[in-house]
Structure formats: structure tokens, C-alpha cells
Design a protein around this ligand. Sequence first.
Ligand code: PAF
Length: 290
Amino acid sequence: METIYTLEWMKQVARQARADGRVVGLVPTMGALHEGHRSLVRAAQQQCSPVIASIFVNPTQFGPNEDLHKYPQQMDADRAALEELRVDYLFAPTAKEMYPDGFRTYVTVEGLSTRLEGRSRPGHFRGVATVVLKLFEIVQAQYAFFGRKDAQQARIIRQMAADLNLDTQVVVCPTAREADGLAMSSRNAYLGPEERRVATVLYRALDEARKEITTGERDGARLVAVMRGVLDAETLAAVDYADIVDGDTFEPVTRLRRACLAVLAVFVGQTRLIDNMLIEEQDGAFLVAL
Ligand code: PAF
């Protein structure tokens, strides 16, 4: 695996791969790689060669009081993990390369960016959309792979790619989970042992909603109440939001329809965790994917 630090070199390598008729896949990450990232790499390898993984802790998507400065950084371990997966290139630009002095242009996906995550983390999706557009422009991959744990992020990136006529297809892959259901996240590393136990509350709340849907519940408010019942029972957990939303607009729904999501953001101690469950109608029945 070759590690590429500069934009120009990355552009040249990707341009050559496309000129050779190869299908380029991009897996954008902020490092601190876990099984979720590995599953994205494997999905990319099924359709693409070369596969390029990027590691860049993007400062513009962190708010002033967020965890940019303590975000886990483990470049050597990450590089070893990508080597083991036989990733072709690691793209690891510096912040100066990505945001040189005088940088002034940002991307905002209107509406979608101010709900849920965007309401709790103002400016977050502006930073995400900006860096992802830059990565898409630099690599010009045919496919880019994102995890469904960050469902709103994936939806916003898809919208941006459609609105700006980008040639990169956005592929969204299932959430990777620990054996007890906790969604894999780099931020799980912040959890102490008791918090780690409590953190399963997100999965437990979604699973209770899943059971209700399976037995016929269709009312948004009642499903939210079921999830809140599970979440509120954990004193170490503080709910930021718990909702049932339309999978397209991320607006709350009163009754299940087409494609919806149950979405959660919960503080466990100081650590903010998110998770979601996809609820899709097929032939009159609702199928649930956790
Ligand atoms: O999901 C992430 O890790 C980041 O938001 C992303 C997409 C790599 C952009 O910095």
C-alpha cells in the first residue's frame, strides 16, 4: 500500500487509474479505524480496484466545543489495518493541504443540514459536505463508500452529489455492530467500562421499537415513546433526540410510511453516540434493518 500525502500526487494516481480503465473506489474516514471501516473497505473491494482509503480528521466539521483535539489519532495502527486489508492507497493529506491559508469556499446542503444532527451540531454538515466534495474532486472515484450509522450524513452527501452533478456514486453500507448491538464508532473509545455497558441502550431502544413495528405499531409518537421509555430508564444516558423521521427529508412523521428511520442521539457521560434503524415498507409490510 502506498501512502499519499499531497493532493497533486493523489490526483495524478487516480487520474492514471481511470485512464487505465480501472474502477476507482474511495473510502473516506477520519481514522481510528474499526470493523465498520473494514466493512466499507471490503464492500469497496468487491466493486473497485484500486481502493483508496482516506484518513483526514476534518477540522471544519467539529464545533468549537467538540472533540477535535481529543479525537483518537492512531495513524500507525490505521496504516497497518489498511495494509492487512490490502487497500491499494492511503490518502492522508495535512490540514494545510486541504485548507490552505485564504480558504473561503464551503458547501451547504440546505434544509437537510439543519435538522437533527445539524440542529445539535451547527455547521457540522457544512464541514462534512465541504471536505467530501473536496475528496470527490481530488480522487474522482467512480464509487465512494459510507456507513449507514451516519444516515443523515449519507443522505446529505447523496443530495450534494446529485445537485452538483458529481460523477461519484455514493454507496451506503450497513452499520457494523459489536456482539451486544452497540454500533461501531471511533468515539466508543471514549467510554469507560460502566458507560460502555450503558451505551447499548441505543440498540436496546431501537430493538424495542423494532418489536413494536413487527407486531403492527405504525404510530410515530407511540414508537418514540417506546424508545424514550428504554432510554430514560438509564440514568447515565441523556437523550439529545429520539425520533421517527422520513428517510428522505428527515422530518418527523406521525405514521410510518415508505422509508422511515428511527434516529437517536444520546449522551452517555460526556460521549455523544448516534444510531438509527431503517424502516421500509414492502408489499404492505414494514421491514426493519438495524
Ligand atoms: O464519517 C466520517 O468519518 C466523516 O464525517 C467523513 C465522511 C470522513 C468526512 O470527514
